[in-house]
Design a protein around this ligand. Sequence first.
Ligand SMILES: [Zn+2]
Ligand SMILES: [Zn+2]
Length: 343
Amino acid sequence: MKAVKWVAPRKVEVVEVDRPVPEPHEALVRIESTGICGSDIHYYADGRIGNTVMTGPLVLGHEYSGIVEQVGADADPGLVGKRVAVEPGIPCLACEWCRTGHYNVCLDMRFPGGPPYDGALQEYVAVHAGFCFPIPESMTPAEAAMMEPLAVAVHTVELGHVKPGQTAAILGLGPIGLLTAQVAKLSGVSRLFGTDLLDYRVEAGLRYGVDRAFNASELNTVDTILKETNGRGVDVVFDCARSADTPALACRIARPAGRCVLTGISGESSGTFPVDIARRKELSLQWCRRFKFNYPSATQMTASGRVDVRSIITHSFPLERCQEAFDLVCDNRDNVLKVSIDQ
Ligand SMILES: [Zn+2]
Ligand SMILES: [Zn+2]
């Protein structure tokens, strides 16, 4: 079967590899759609995220869906023939964190598309059947693959403990920011600010529920949001940017005793934020690690039409043209939001 392997910064190649054989607890999934994520772009362009470094050729991609063609002896045979959204990270299910409801921070997590685990930009994967979520027929394969970033957005908003009527701001209006905007509005946020450095993403913010969006390279984020909230700041800040600078901005625009949810991945292994401001305001800083238990609600929100994932997918490429697809996302060309690789 075909697989697309990262071989060097900004270089991927289509190669032939063996089709996987499912273990007894696994499903063999024929992949239909894989979304390209900001984290894939870190690996693609830099060969690393912080101190997680590529050491050789690797298949990228972790936002995926497909059809279950076969299951192992211990897996649910009812999955065969079903279109599924696959929760990518497979935790050990045995450690203290897995057993206490925090499987997303399992120390023995096998997360595809990051070293040393191959990802989903290939024709088939064998994956733990318990992480395959059947999706309604009304959803397309590309929409099903969007359950992964939507699960991140749902978890992000959960961690914000949003109360109806509260105010919020989203820093970074890429796909995660735009999905977070939709979920935040569903959760009762009254006035939602949003910023990005790209004008087309600022405009996109307004389409997905942001009430007041602006380009942070033209207007000062802190001054603007403080001025427009009469100096108060917002109740919750969601940092969905791929920037090392936004956690500091989040601290400055959160209201006293407010909360910052830090979801974006800057790619650096350390960063700075103003500890004096965070302390004086008694802020709650909440980091977000992917998601947990969020696929069913993400699917429900999409199937019921409450969240629009479809229109965030701006481009589609076949597997053979992954290089072009990565370059497009890497360079933010052609008003790109989400790119899906469709097979
Ligand atoms: Zn992702
Ligand atoms: Zn574990």
